[in-house]
Design a protein around this ligand. Structure first.
Ligand SMILES: CC(C)(COP(=O)(O)OP(=O)(O)OC[C@H]1O[C@@H](n2cnc3c(N)ncnc32)[C@H](O)[C@@H]1OP(=O)(O)O)[C@@H](O)C(=O)NCCC(=O)NCCS
Length: 183
């Protein structure tokens, strides 16, 4: 399973040792506002980790825990997965951070490493990301990755804006240059 190292983070495939840190993250209603709209219980987090472990075994990619190199704290999580959990669908990336880690560039840093790894390894034609239209903090991360708005749709039972980056766009993007310099 793929561990990714960025300048400030270690991205680890989710496993049982991340449950406590991920529960702290996912039980914050502010973090979950635009995701499911409700905070997770400890049991929800345990079940989510179990599901994700299954997807790593099935696909070889899924959700990573973002562990800060400085202090080993789990400050977020992010993914490469299939949009709407449909294996025939395009690859999707996503992220979330604990509030104390906002505004420091961690999401963009993790995102360019997840997407850079995915383009280099899985060789998709494009990678997408979705968010509720009012979640501008997340759509800004998408734009920093070189993604552009490609329309709205309904995914995960939510009305969402979708952003895409093609392999060609990624190759020419500042985010890829930063990723290559850091990888
Ligand atoms: C979406 C989310 C991850 C974005 O977090 P974020 O902190 O805004 O994004 P980044 O980590 O990329 O940080 C970028 C900010 O850090 C600043 N920054 C500070 N130091 C930096 C550094 N060393 N490198 C890059 N940026 C840095 C940037 O200027 C930018 O600030 P700005 O937004 O005021 O311009 C966060 O809002 C979140 O977790 N929300 C809740 C969960 C969620 O909705 N997830 C998305 C679901 S679709």
């Amino acid at each position: 399973m793929t561990v990714l190292i960025t300048p400030r983070l270690r991205l680890e495939p989710l496993n049982d040792c991340h449950v406590d840190g991920l529960y702290r993250l996912n039980s914050d209603p502010v973090v979950m506002r635009y995701i499911t709209g409700r905070p997770e219980t400890l049991d929800d987090t345990r079940q989510m980790v179990a599901r994700v472990k299954g997807r790593w075994a099935e696909f070889g990619y899924s959700w990573w825990a973002f562990q800060r190199l400085d202090d080993d704290e789990v400050i977020g999580m992010g993914c490469i997965q299939h949009l709407n959990r449909d294996p025939a669908g395009p690859l999707e990336t996503g992220w979330r951070l604990s509030q104390s880690a906002w505004g420091q560039g961690y999401a963009s840093e993790a995102a360019r490493h997840m997407v850079g790894w995915a383009f280099a390894t899985l060789k998709p034609e494009l990678i997408c990301a979705i968010c509720q239209p009012e979640n501008t903090a997340s759509s800004t991360v998408m734009q920093r990755l070189g993604m552009t708005y490609s329309g709205t749709g309904r995914w995960y039972d939510m009305d969402c804006a979708r952003y895409d980056v093609t392999a060609t766009q990624w190759a020419a993007s500042p985010a890829r240059k930063a990723y290559e310099a850091e990888a």
